[in-house]
Write a protein that binds this ligand. Structure first.
Ligand code: F6R
Length: 618
């Protein structure tokens, strides 16, 4: 989704801005732009399509300056076009980049038009540019920093919605303005220079020290200082925010030996799982819940029910966890997509733990659901997240971090399996009192064996790659699973559809005869997740129903289950693993299948069409 980069420095900032935009490309966008102040004049270039196109334009225009802002836009208000790309300007003095949505933009647009402002785009961002220009004219003082920041605050107070933005004004070539209301923004610290970014990854080439702006923060940033204020403070009182060192390395630019980030991330899973489980067990196998935050153990002891809320792949992780929490911890659990939950009248049973799951920690619906839940009397909130400084983590009472490392491919892979691993660990923590000691030890051993099992499944890649060609001309696919593997089938279908654009539908295998069986014929591939467990015989009967209708079965099965290949059935055998970790292990071949089908189809694997990595708008 949209990305912001800004810089103020004694050197030319254009290369910094451009590199920042490249680092944000993975998030998905359809146009890009840059504006710098050069000799007290704004220079701007914008282009639709890839950042490379903007780069080519910049080479011929030789745009340079010591202060600038840049943006990748993912269209919401107005189609992808040069006119709608950011930075948006008001006259020749003001330039604005903006992530998120200004909800009252139509009313503001009418008011500004009545004041004589003429609009050159369909965007809500241009409203911010003119509104700031308007307030700047009204603040009747010298053109000093006070005037700038007061006009900025008045602008922000008139805006409704969730956004991050940055503004330049030609009368202030030494000041960058920025604000965060519902959408992430960081200030990067340099030596006699400062940067801003909607994601620290955009700035790792120039700094590893960041201030994570808090909700309602707005700031005036110069080369030497930053003055941060908060909209929740009634006056213009400066607030202190800590500088945090980014400790996750700079992986963004590095695909290593792999053709795509997605493939790299699939293969990183043994390491990501190991890192995500590190520090969660004591010497004697005890579960170290203190990593969740102060007093977490006491709170978790009181949990009588769990409500999980998340989106997309993270929602699928929640669906698997429901089976675990109910079966192993004996705790009732509901799971819901955030976009529905946040608008529902909820009834909250006593002592319900509210759990959000999110790779990015910035998903707008999940964040809004958390904020909504905080008004509803839940016992406490817990964020399961891959980004330590994210809004979700900062706004939750407790946090359970997955140490998967940055995930660049739009299709979530290592984030999903690490979410599952920590959810299984959380289940053991919540169920501690009621689980027999032997079962707990078994579960812990299974979790510890997980990275090795995943590594052995990755070795099956050549066999999975051979299957991919079969899907090349297919338009539809069914995915089937039962029990914990029903959500795994859902995740497999999501992976396939998002990167190969083949329509894929997941069903609980027992539901087949209630409708979807009508779709099955010799043209329909049916992918089945079939580990050896107590539902296997039932699943086999469901597969007979498919075979009898001529469907082509591709089964991911346990090597001990003795499935036989024939003209209509291809089996890929996985090692026998403990039932509880099987959903994690069986997710991996489905990721590889989706990846190789996408390769055969020639799609843009890491940046599939219409999708964004971090969905920061509703
Ligand atoms: C699919 C995918 C998305 C995300 C969803 C939630 O591969 O990545 O479905 O899972 O947009 O994102 P997070 O987990 O960042 O909240």
């Amino acid at each position: 989704m949209c990305g912001i980069v800004g810089a103020i420095s004694p050197r030319n900032v254009t290369p910094i801005l451009l590199e920042g935009l490249k680092r944000l490309e993975y998030r998905g966008y359809d146009s890009a732009g840059v504006a710098v102040i050069h000799q007290n004049r704004l220079q701007r270039e914008r282009e639709i399509g890839k950042v490379a196109g903007l780069e080519a334009k910049l080479q011929s225009s030789e745009l340079s300056g010591q202060i600038g802002i840049a943006h990748t836009r993912w269209a919401t208000h107005g189609k992808p076009s040069v006119d709608n790309a950011h930075p948006q300007m008001s006259g020749t003095d003001v330039a604005v980049v903006h992530n998120g949505i200004i909800e009252n933009h139509e009313r503001l647009r009418d008011q500004l038009a009545a004041h004589g402002y003429v609009f050159a785009s369909d965007t809500d961002t241009e409203v911010v540019a003119h509104l700031f220009h308007y307030h700047y004219q009204l603040v009747n003082t010298e053109p000093n920093d006070e005037r700038l920041i007061r006009a900025f605050r008045e602008t922000l107070e008139a805006l409704q919605g969730a956004y991050a933005l940055s503004i330049l004004h030609t009368e202030h070539p030494g000041a960058l303005l920025c604000a965060k209301v519902g959408s992430p923004l960081v200030i990067g610290e340099g030596s006699e220079e400062h940067f801003i970014g909607s994601d620290p990854l955009a700035l790792l080439q120039v700094t590893d020290r960041f201030i994570y702006l808090e909700e309602g923060d707005y700031a005036l940033v110069t080369r030497d200082e930053k003055r941060i204020y908060s909209l929740s403070e009634s006056g213009m009182v400066e607030v202190e925010r800590p500088i945090v060192r980014y400790e996750h390395g700079d992986h963004a630019a590095d695909r290593g030996e792999f053709r795509h980030f997605m493939l790299k991330e699939i293969h990183e899973q043994p390491r990501a799982l190991r890192d995500s489980l590190a520090g969660k067990f004591g010497q004697a196998g005890e579960l170290l819940a203190s990593s969740l935050g102060p007093n977490a153990e006491n709170i978790l002891r009181c949990v009588k029910q769990v409500q999980i809320v998340s989106c997309g792949t993270s929602y699928h992780a929640g669906l698997v966890a429901r089976y675990w929490l109910e079966a192993l911890a004996g705790v009732p659990c509901s799971v819901e997509v955030a976009s529905e939950f946040r608008y529902r009248q909820v009834v909250v049973p006593e002592n319900t733990l509210f759990v959000t799951i999110s790779q990015s920690g910035e998903t707008a619906d999940t964040l809004a659901a958390l904020r909504f839940a905080k008004t509803k009397g839940y016992l406490a909130s817990l964020a399961i997240c891959n980004v330590p400084g994210s809004s979700l983590v900062r706004e939750s009472d407790y946090r359970l971090l997955t140490n998967a490392g940055p995930e660049i491919g739009v299709a979530s892979t290592k984030a999903f399996t690490t979410q599952l691993a920590v959810l299984l660990w959380l289940t053991a923590v919540i169920g501690q009192a009621q689980m027999p000691a032997a079962s707990r030890v078994e579960l812990i051993n299974a979790l510890r064996s997980l990275p090795d099992h995943v590594a052995s499944v990755l070795a099956l890649e050549p066999a999975i790659e051979r299957l991919a060609a079969y899907f090349a001309n297919k338009h539809h696919t069914l995915f089937l699973g039962r029990g914990t593997h029903y959500p795994v089938a859902m995740e497999g279908a999501l992976k396939l559809k998002e990167i190969s654009y083949i329509h894929a539908e997941a069903y609980a295998a027992g539901e087949l005869k209630h409708g979807p069986l009508a779709l099955v014929d010799e043209e329909m591939p049916v992918v089945t997740v079939a580990p050896s467990n107590e539902l296997l015989e039932k699943l086999k009967s469901n597969l007979q129903e498919v075979q009898a209708r001529g469907g082509q079965l591709i089964n991911f099965v346990c090597e001990e289950a003795h499935f036989k290949d024939n003209d209509n059935v291809t089996n890929v055998c996985l090692p026998k693993v403990d039932d509880w970790i099987a959903p994690i292990v069986y997710s991996v071949p489905l990721q590889l299948l989706a990846y190789h089908v996408a390769l055969v189809k020639g799609t843009d694997v890491d940046k599939p069409r219409n999708l964004a990595k971090s969905v920061t708008v509703e």
